[in-house]
Write a protein that binds this ligand. Structure first.
Ligand SMILES: *Cc1c(COP(=O)(O)O)cnc(C)c1O
Length: 383
């Protein structure tokens, strides 16, 4: 069989199993979206603080932009001619905010996670990763020379056993987790992870705060800020494309880590840097992030409200955050539920295996501070 016929056949198989993915035509209308002519509250976006629909921010930024004249392309990797002062300004602001020696900005969270581990791991490194870490981390691990083991989700007893068993065999062990997990909306216990790592002198901690940056902590720096353990995390990563309503990612770290990544991280070295205008927008928002406490509080309130609505239906809910799953179990049931919700003006999507374990198909709600409690309330009629 010819290649393209094989591909076509595989797509047909996906369609039969109800797993074919398509790009849908969407009109964005602030906190609502319009799909197939129907306007719905967007419960599937990562715009957690509701910043994408803030005209005031856009207008202020454009005013600044008129003065600064940032370019719309960097035309090169940062290692050649693609480095601009606005990049360094942003990195200085990040390291000042986090109180770390250094910060380094990347094109996306995917670039960050698929590039950092391969750069720092050698054949003597063992990576221990939570079973539910993001695909970009898995891809990074796959590009590493060393070995890896995935421990059961948030099972620190198992992690402890693995550390005890292996810490003598490897030169370094890197424990990798997210802080808020994207499918269950539950959290890693960073305090406990820090305590575990401190028992060994060759264990390091890598935490991805993609869903927590902007949202948690007094200044919005994430769960590590909330629990006062920023300095105990060796590789603290977050992204700008979710709550911060921009594009890109960062690591806050020691100077030596930054210098090393600049020399060895392939996704940084061999990719055109983000446009300076995008960096300027990120920096503009980052300056305002610490004062966005009203948005963070609203998001927490909405999270509570939705979790209570779900628990009231008799279904248990693992979430402790603004990402809230309604676990229905069966894939076709999840699809039906999503169709029903959309019919009533709530744009939520089903998540099915292999993205989540077999038998735990769900509707994944992700909230935005732009919503009011009243707008969310009628959702309970359709859960
Ligand atoms: C979204 C996400 C990423 C990828 O970030 P992008 O900037 O969208 O590439 C990485 N890690 C986690 C945990 C994410 O949720």
């Amino acid at each position: 069989m010819r290649l393209f016929e094989e591909l076509q056949l595989e797509l047909e198989g996906l369609k039969e199993r109800g797993n074919l993915r398509r790009l849908s035509q969407i009109h964005h209308t602030g906190k609502t979206i319009e799909v197939n002519g129907r306007e719905m509250l967007n419960l599937s976006s990562n715009d957690y603080l509701g910043l994408t629909c803030r005209e005031d921010l856009r207008e202020d930024f454009l005013e600044e932009l008129a003065k600064e004249k940032h370019l719309f392309t960097s035309s090169s990797s940062r290692l050649l001619t693609g480095n601009f002062t606005v990049y360094e300004r942003l990195e200085e602001r990040l390291s000042r905010l986090f109180g770390t020696e250094a910060a380094l900005v990347f094109n996306s969270g995917y670039h960050a996670n698929s590039g950092i581990l391969p750069a720092i791991c050698t054949a003597d490194t063992l990576v221990l990763a939570d079973k539910l870490v993001h695909a970009s981390i898995i891809d990074g691990i796959r590009l590493c020379n060393g070995k890896y083991v995935r421990y059961r989700h948030n099972d620190y007893m198992q992690l402890e056993r693995l550390l005890e068993k292996h810490h003598g065999e490897y030169k370094h062990i890197i424990v990798v987790t997210e802080s808020i997990f994207s499918m269950d909306g539950d959290e890693a216990d960073l305090k406990q992870l820090v305590a575990l790592k401190k028992r060994y002198d060759n264990v390091y901690l890598y935490v991805d705060e993609a869903h927590a940056f902007g949202v948690r902590g007094a200044k919005g720096l994430g769960v590590a800020e909330e629990y006062g353990c920023i300095e105990d995390i060796d590789f603290l990563v977050g992204t700008f494309g979710k709550a911060l309503a921009s594009m890109g990612a960062y690591i806050v770290c020691r100077q030596v880590v930054r210098d090393y990544l600049i020399n060895r991280m392939r996704t940084l070295i061999f990719s055109t840097a983000l446009p300076p205008v995008t960096m300027a927008w990120t920096d503009f928002l980052l300056q305002r992030l610490p004062s966005m406490t009203a948005e963070r509080e609203q998001l927490q309130l909405l999270g509570c409200q939705l979790r209570q609505m779900i628990v009231a239906t008799g279904v248990s809910c693992p979430s402790t955050s603004h990402i809230v799953p309604l676990i229905v179990g069966d894939s076709s049931e999840a699809i039906n539920k999503a169709v029903q919700l959309q019919r009533h003006g709530f744009y939520a999507l089903p998540v099915r295996p292999p993205t989540v374990p077999e038998g735990t198909s769900r509707i994944r709600f992700s909230l935005s501070a732009a919503f009011t409690s009243l707008e969310l309330e009628p959702l309970k009629l359709y859960l």
